[in-house]
Design a binder for this molecule. Structure first.
Ligand SMILES: O=C(O)CCC(=O)C(=O)O
Length: 337
């Protein structure tokens, strides 16, 4: 199932796109956060280095171990895969496939070391910058591969295998009374999740691999070209980071925002506050767990609205025919990881 990323010749890469100016997200080491008394109320993103390394998942969650999961009746785990840029463009057909062979394949490619010259902000360049510096990302990187990976995005793994819940000690990172739900993202290098925001707060926990996350604060929403495409709990953007050069109008808006950038490495957790726009590019085969949470008040306000919209959508009364959950066009069955 695996193929190496499709590299396009430099001549075919886009004319230089400058894009918005970025700064690094605030960052703290896990032990420092604990020393400071832990995580408190916050409305800006925060990267906590090493948080996931304190949890059993750090030892137990590998591609091979998840590949070996079987259901109580002994049958293999099957999940819904997607292709293309997650959240953007025409929604493609989604495929129910066995998880095991896909993950064993990822385990093989995950063993390769990550090159220091790849990414929207390569590691070589990142080392020359400091907290508070402003910089631009290298959008031509998005032209070095086709974001057409087969991606196991938003698998409700803890509902299917509740025993795994104990592997994440999220309460240690995120104290307080809260209803949480989780999705796992399992995929190869070069998956792209398009710009969107979610209505709840999210701890994005990286267990394996490295991902780049770009973020834009909610006060800049008007410049983020919100889309009418429906996705439960999320608002999508018309700005497609994989083809900015083809979107002069959206690019002009995007270039007026001030973005935040996080390189999320295995063992890190990134706090993505509610309504914060974000987009995620995988540099390596990755295992990520997004933990969404709502306090009792947020359940009543945000949760109620999201459920109502979802119900109206399923009844075909709200944004039917333009959504991330039902296929609208495009073949996908022949795609590889
Ligand atoms: O890892 C990804 O591809 C997407 C994660 C994401 O968008 C989220 O956690 O909200």
């Amino acid at each position: 199932m695996t193929s190496s990323p499709t590299l396009l010749p430099r001549t075919q890469r886009a004319a230089r796109v400058v894009g918005p100016a970025f700064e690094f997200v605030d960052e703290i080491e896990w032990h420092q956060l604990e020393k400071n008394g832990g995580f408190g109320a916050r409305s800006r993103p925060l990267l906590v280095k090493g948080a996931v390394k304190q949890w059993p998942a750090w030892e137990r969650w590998s591609f091979d171990q998840i590949a070996g999961l079987t259901r109580p009746d002994g049958s293999e785990a099957v999940a819904r895969f997607i292709t293309g840029v997650v959240e953007q463009g025409a929604t493609r057909e989604q495929h129910d496939l066995p998880v095991g062979p896909y993950l064993r394949d990822l385990a093989r490619t995950a063993a390769r070391p990550l090159r220091e010259d790849v990414g929207l902000l390569s590691e070589c360049r990142r080392r020359t910058l400091r907290a508070g510096d402003q910089f631009h990302l290298d959008w031509s990187y998005m032209k070095t591969f086709t974001p057409d990976r087969l991606y196991l995005s938003q698998w409700d793994i803890l509902r299917e295998f509740p025993a795994l819940r104990g592997d994440f000690d999220i309460r240690r990172l995120w104290p307080g009374r809260r209803w949480t739900w989780e999705y796992v993202f399992l995929g190869p290098a070069n998956t792209v999740t398009g710009l969107h925001y979610d209505f709840p707060n999210n701890w994005f926990c990286q267990v394996r691999g490295t991902k780049e996350v770009i973020l834009v604060t909610p006060d800049q929403s008007r410049r983020m070209c919100p889309s009418k495409k429906f996705d439960w709990g999320a608002t999508l953007s018309e700005i497609d980071i994989t083809r900015l050069e083809e979107q002069p109008r959206e690019l002009a808006r995007f270039e007026t925002v001030r973005g935040l950038y996080a390189r999320v490495e295995a063992g890190d957790a990134l706090f993505i506050p509610k309504r914060t726009w974000h987009s995620v590019v995988a540099l390596e085969p990755s295992i990520s767990l997004a933990v969404f949470g709502l306090t009792p008040t947020e359940v009543v306000i945000g949760g109620g609205m999201a459920e109502l919209r979802g119900l109206l959508h399923r009844l075909r009364l709200y944004r039917w025919g333009n959504c991330a959950c039902h296929k609208t066009a495009g073949p996908a069955a022949d795609k590889t990881v």
